[in-house]
Design a protein. Structure first.
Length: 161
């Protein structure tokens, strides 16, 4: 069933796109107003149930001027424990970030920063693991944001879980 494919992302119109097609759309968005600053944000959220739903979002944000996003869903029966889900969310975001950077190699005209947004914060159950999971992302070479600044995970991806 295409809706739950790991290979394709949904856009706001229900169209399925590959990560390579998303990169093309992001570069087109940047070329519309090339002198602005852009952030590429990747975040994942999850919801346990009979199966655990994971949703990863890729966001291109034009500072002070909107943005676009794409999302994909992955389901797994194996993630009931919060700690395991949070680590898997981070791992899924890192995987997307690495794939995205591989496609973006050689695109020197694009002015952007890449951030991983995590669904963890200093309030709530995830506060005990925040340093570990943030360290995992930073250790992989990426900038990281946590709640309340991690809207890529807590707002965008969460919208589709």
């Amino acid at each position: 069933m295409a809706e739950f494919s790991e290979e394709y992302f949904h856009d706001g119109y229900g169209k399925l796109l590959s990560l390579r097609e998303i990169v093309g759309a992001m570069l087109g968005f940047i070329k519309e107003v090339p002198d602005r600053h852009y952030r590429i944000i990747i975040g994942t959220d999850s919801q346990p149930g009979a199966e655990t739903d994971f949703v990863s979002a890729v966001v291109i944000h034009r500072e002070r001027n909107g943005g676009r996003y794409w999302w994909r869903r992955f389901r797994s029966p194996n993630f009931k424990v919060l700690r395991e889900r949070i680590y898997h969310e981070a791992a899924l975001s890192l995987k997307v970030a690495q794939e995205l950077l591989e496609i973006l190699k050689g695109e020197t005209h694009a002015n952007f920063e890449l951030e991983i947004h995590l669904d963890v914060g200093f309030v709530g159950e995830t506060r005990t693991m925040i340093q570990e999971v943030v360290g995992m992302v930073r250790g992989s070479g990426f900038a990281v944001r946590t709640k309340p600044e991690s809207f890529g995970a807590t707002k965008v991806a969460d919208r589709h879980v």
